[in-house]
Design a protein around this ligand. Structure first.
Ligand SMILES: Cc1cc2nc3c(=O)[nH]c(=O)nc-3n(C[C@H](O)[C@H](O)[C@H](O)COP(=O)(O)O)c2cc1C
Length: 326
């Protein structure tokens, strides 16, 4: 079942989410990485990073709290050892990049510009901007747009730039629009909203860093809401949906809300075989519903309801997200 990431054709719409399949080698014992729609790498940084102190992970009801802190050996090691391993196998690779300033994101994009095997570049905007008192790029439309424009300019035009958005912002559509207006070819959503757990026995935060990113099924409704809102506002923009996908049904939910590809993250930690299963399930569900092509199902939940037996059901065209939260 073919899919598209902007203008790039993928053999199927199931990707791995950044940070949940390392840079491929970690997943390879369990799944053929070349059969993924694409593998998204963990976010690559300019310099090596040791990450945050432990504990960095805590389970929560239906979710996972993590504060890994972008651990990794830096872009030189990635280009020398990790990207060639993926390229040799013909894996479609979305390289996620993370930086603390516009200049750092730009420098990373320049390093990737001539590297063989880069299918797309995903900008992890959930990073603190060291030049603006640590205000996260994903929460600031102007700063996010600056990063996107600069990364776009540093890459060949045929390499799609995907801006990855955070859900815990006042107006996700405003951030999405700013990224698209400044050159993003596609948007990925959602990154992890910030959460926290306190251990009632030790009476201290569970994570050493205090707060962390919440992922897994607990955030799927947030992901569906963000994909829905952005697809409604920017219907022509390709969206990669993610957040708590564990099955083909979950993937289909994001597709119906407006995603044209779906990434699997936290699920891989307990089920590293999940991607081919989720693809199979999604294909079956689409077939059962009479869709010959994935594209025909994208955003279908937005269509006005046809004659409904149950007239009390909400007509999609009339949903007001602000009001429905009251
Ligand atoms: C352990 C872990 C590491 C992650 N690392 C990254 C990362 O390096 N870059 C990034 O953009 N997102 C990262 N994420 C966020 C995921 O890519 C994804 O957006 C989020 O977890 C929601 O999907 P999920 O619920 O399927 O995990 C990470 C998530 C987890 C759980």
């Amino acid at each position: 079942m073919r899919a598209y990431l902007a203008h790039v054709e993928l053999p199927n719409p199931i990707l791995t989410a950044a940070g949940c399949a390392g840079t491929g080698r970690e997943l390879a014992p369990f799944a053929d990485v070349t059969r993924l729609g694409a593998l998204t790498t963990r976010s690559i940084t300019m310099a090596p990073r040791a990450g945050r102190p432990t504990p960095r992970m805590a389970e929560t009801p239906s979710g996972l709290l993590t504060s890994v802190g972008l651990q990794g050996p830096g872009v030189d090691a990635f280009l020398a050892r990790e990207l060639p391993w993926l390229a040799e196998r013909g894996t479609r690779t979305v390289v996620s990049i993370a930086g603390g300033s516009v200049a750092e994101y730009t420098a990373l994009a320049r390093r990737l510009a001539d590297a063989p095997g880069v299918t797309a570049v995903e900008i992890n905007l959930s990073c603190p901007n060291v030049e603006d008192r640590g205000r996260v790029f994903a929460r600031d439309a102007v700063a996010a747009a600056e990063v996107v424009a600069s990364v776009r300019a540093a890459l060949r035009y045929d390499v799609p730039v995907v801006a990855k958005l955070a859900p815990d912002v006042a107006d996700v559509v405003a951030i999405a629009r700013a990224c698209v207006d400044s050159g993003a070819d596609a948007l990925a959503m959602i990154n992890t909203p910030i959460g926290m757990s306190v251990d009632v026995d030790t009476m201290r935060p569970v994570l050493a860093a205090g707060a962390g990113g919440l992922s897994g099924p607990a955030i799927r409704p947030l992901a569906v809401r963000c994909v829905w809102q952005v697809h409604a506002a920017l219907p022509g923009v390709p969206l990669v949906g993610m957040g708590g996908v564990t099955s083909g049904r979950d993937a289909l939910e994001l597709v119906l809300a407006g995603a044209c590809a779906v990434a699997v993250g936290t699920t891989l930690f307990h089920d590293p075989y999940a991607c081919p299963r989720i693809l199979r399930e999604l294909e079956e569900l689409l077939q059962e519903r009479g869709f010959d092509r994935l594209a025909d199902a994208v955003g279908v939940a937005h269509r006005p309801a046809q004659a409904r037996v149950d007239s009390s059901r909400t007509d999609a065209s009339k949903i007001d997200l602000e009001e429905s939260s009251l």
